[in-house]
Design a protein around this ligand. Structure first.
Ligand SMILES: *[C@@H]1O[C@H](CO)[C@@H](O)[C@H](O)[C@H]1NC(C)=O
Ligand SMILES: *[C@@H]1O[C@H](CO)[C@@H](O)[C@H](O)[C@H]1NC(C)=O
Ligand SMILES: *[C@@H]1O[C@H](CO)[C@@H](O)[C@H](O)[C@H]1NC(C)=O
Ligand SMILES: *[C@@H]1O[C@H](CO)[C@@H](O)[C@H](O)[C@H]1NC(C)=O
Ligand SMILES: *[C@@H]1O[C@H](CO)[C@@H](O)[C@H](O)[C@H]1NC(C)=O
Length: 674
């Protein structure tokens, strides 16, 4: 074990803390570089690997989880600004990066008469303090702010654009309501903030104001905080305005780590930064804006579109500079396959105290670390290397995880939640382990999203995300606090315990199973379904249905060859047993076969990446998965081809169909090799 790990998992489990402050997604990844010396594997120790999961199951405790959460939510921890939280995790190794980060300087939203300049209304952008919840009163709490928002001062008439989705702007256009030269007011949700701002900017809007509709997460849903979990009218929902569907992470160093000396883009050339200002508003401050639209334009989802006769001034002053962020990393060297690693991680930054929005995930990660520490003391050693990562600046644009990826070139991610998302490669394992954990009720496994984008969609590492499906009523607000959590989300820490158990047991399976529980056949099943959807889209848009012939054939070969991996697995079990517990040449043959099965299974994910990346957003390399360019959140399968078809760009479609087919053929041939 290296020094950092010794420190990390030392005698005093208080010092186990990997990270510092907040959030929830953890990662599981497997990294490449195969290993000839697994031929020299050692006898298993006092605590056999087979039993490690059973021992681990008993470790995560509500008492410890609550203690972690108390420590982690005892201040504000905004990425690139607050480092206090790091003290809770000082034992682990901190790695710094220097991304381009903006901090809020000044802001105002004012309604005025465009002719006389007389001010009619000044919006109160302060978030209400809630009596009795000290977290809502921290002086360090952030003002109304969108991370990576454009620093500017604009004025114009107001237009309401519903959720600011592409279809909403189309509706406005069909009613002849232009947003050009106007300030746009939208509701939060449905699509990523970066997408709303980008669409508004492309249509010539001057700025964007965003409020959370009480019907979505406030009084329309139930009692508001502190009487219930839902959002009060005086609460803000902060968010990142970065265009993460173009690329996440540091805007100035796409594709590589934001080290101190890394070459950087000029901020004006960074393609994931918006070009118009935006601000969040509490609903209470948005109400007068909605009222001044009354009678102007068209009724749209219960509100008038405008434009308003009065003008709105939006001042959003942001001070940008290169600032340090801190990822905290721990490592346990694998005993038999040290060059293969599994990563588990979570982010520790937050908009506020961040109980659900970071604290929960980090607490679970800390319990996993504590559990691993106990296993180590019992003599257990993982077969593969385990990396525990607590990354920073996730709320800005998933900066910490992205820079981590760029540095380690490691693989995969898993997070913590009952709303689970996974690469099809890992989904079977996830369901299998979830069945052993009370309350880990996974009825639906989605596709991995932005938390693991750096691993899954850029690096081609099978990833899974487990996220706490708390109520959205405290999302990115000051009252996402310990009290909110203990009163409404997880009073007895049982759900968090389930997450700690589930993520730890998944980690142990991935780290210890002689044969990785990754299923190429399941992946191919998913690819076939996606292909079917693509074919339907193409035939709807275009008369020819033979446009995906190349891919269809490649998928058939892929299916056949994925079965070969299953056959080899069956042969391994039948002829040798997965433990390869024999000697001499027979053992060498067993180990060779086992390694081939493992390599083919986990490297399939990497084989599904295209070094060229997607048109217009080359950072996204995966041919099967990318965030939708019009949602920024929902995963689009066959993203490049789907976009070409939607654009009716058939020449691009044909070229890409050939290219994607070739990539799938290569993957298929790779699955065949033994
Ligand atoms: C912002 O613009 C408004 C309206 O044009 C102007 O009154 C105000 O002084 C400006 N504020 C700053 C800080 O530039
Ligand atoms: C929008 O403007 C066009 C062209 O001026 C006109 O033909 C159409 O009727 C208008 N539509 C609406 C809904 O007002
Ligand atoms: C702006 O002020 C002028 C002068 O008082 C007035 O005539 C006009 O109606 C006002 N505009 C609006 C939109 O209220
Ligand atoms: C598990 O999920 C199902 C389907 O979503 C739901 O009906 C059931 O109540 C859940 N059970 C628990 C214990 O949460
Ligand atoms: C499909 O073909 C029909 C007749 O052959 C034609 O009228 C129609 O425009 C075509 N549709 C598309 C989307 O190309």
């Amino acid at each position: 074990m290296d020094e950092a790990t010794k420190e990390l998992l030392g005698e005093h489990h208080q010092a186990l803390a990997i990270a510092a402050a907040v959030v929830l997604v953890a990662g599981v990844a497997i990294f490449s570089q195969s290993l000839p010396d697994c031929l020299m594997s050692q006898p298993v120790h006092a605590l056999g690997r087979i039993h490690a999961g059973k021992v681990f199951f008993k470790i995560p405790s509500p008492k410890h989880l609550k203690h972690h959460l108390e420590m982690l939510t005892s201040s504000t921890h905004f990425g690139g600004r607050d480092y206090e939280a790091g003290k809770y995790t000082q034992a682990a190794k901190a790695i710094e990066y220097y991304p381009w980060v903006g901090m809020p300087a000044d802001r105002q939203v004012v309604v005025f008469n465009g002719t006389t300049n007389k001010i009619e209304y000044t919006a109160d952008l302060k978030e209400d303090e809630i009596p009795g919840d000290p977290a809502t009163q921290y002086r360090t709490n952030l003002p109304a702010f969108h991370a990576y928002s454009f620093s500017g001062n604009v004025s114009g008439p107001l237009v309401f654009a519903n959720y600011g989705e592409s279809s909403d702007f189309q509706a406005l256009s069909s009613w002849n309501v232009s947003v050009k030269g106007h300030v746009v007011l939208v509701k939060a949700g449905r699509v990523a903030l970066g997408v709303k701002v980008q669409l508004a900017e492309q249509l010539g809007a001057l700025g964007v104001l965003v409020f959370a509709d009480p019907q979505d997460d406030g009084s329309g849903r139930g009692k508001v905080y502190p009487d219930g979990p839902w959002r009060p009218a005086g609460s803000l929902e902060r968010d990142s305005a970065a265009l993460q569907h173009i690329y996440p992470g540091d805007p100035l160093t796409p594709g590589h780590a934001a080290t101190r000396t890394a070459p950087r883009l000029h901020p004006a050339d960074a393609k994931n930064l918006p070009g118009i200002p935006s601000l969040p508003l509490p609903f209470r401050a948005a109400l007068p804006l909605l009222q001044m639209l009354a009678g102007h334009g068209v009724l749209f989802s219960g509100h008038w579109t405008g434009p308003s006769p009065l003008h709105v001034n939006v001042l959003n002053s942001v001070k940008y500079e290169q600032r340090p962020i801190r990822n905290v990393i721990g490592r346990i060297a694998g005993e038999e396959e040290p060059d293969h690693a599994v990563i588990i991680g979570s982010h520790h930054d937050a908009w506020s105290a961040g109980a659900a929005g970071a604290g929960a995930g980090t607490s679970a990660l800390l319990e996993v670390a504590r559990g691993l520490g106990q296993l180590l003391r019992l003599g257990w050693r993982p077969r593969r290397t385990i990396i525990l990562a607590s990354w920073d600046a996730s709320e800005l644009a998933h900066v910490g995880a992205t820079e981590l990826w760029h540095t380690l070139h490691v693989t995969g991610v898993s997070g913590h939640t009952l709303a689970a998302a996974s690469s099809p490669l890992l989904a079977g394992l996830l369901k299998d382990v979830a069945r052993q954990v009370p309350l880990a009720n996974i009825s639906h496994v989605g596709l991995p999203g932005m938390h693991s984008a750096a691993f899954q969609m850029h690096g081609g590492v099978g990833s899974l995300e487990l996220g706490f499906t708390g109520q959205p009523g405290a999302h990115h607000a000051n009252h996402d606090s310990l009290q909110w959590m203990l009163r409404f989300a997880d009073p007895h820490m049982r759900r968090l315990q389930a997450i700690a158990r589930l993520s730890g047991m998944l980690l142990l399976r991935l780290a210890d199973d002689p044969v990785l529980a990754l299923r190429p056949t399941a992946y191919v099943g998913r690819i076939r379904r996606s292909l079917h959807d693509l074919e339907r889209l193409v035939s709807r848009k275009h008369n020819a249905t033979r446009r995906v012939r190349h891919i269809r054939h490649a998928v058939r070969v892929l299916q056949t060859n994925a079965m070969l991996v299953e056959h080899d697995y069956a042969r391994l079990r039948r002829v040798y047993g997965t433990g390869c517990q024999m000697s001499g040449r027979r053992r060498a043959a067993c180990v060779r076969l086992r390694k081939s099965i493992n390599d083919r299974a986990y490297k399939l994910e990497r084989m599904l990446t295209d070094p060229e990346g997607l048109a217009g957003r080359r950072w996204y390399k995966h041919v099967m998965l990318a965030p939708g360019r019009l949602t920024g959140t929902h995963v689009q399968e066959f993203p490049g081809l789907t976009e070409a078809a939607l654009d009716g760009h058939w020449r691009r479609f044909r070229a890409l169909e050939k290219r994607t087919g070739d990539i799938l053929y290569e993957a298929a041939w790779f699955l065949r090799e033994t």
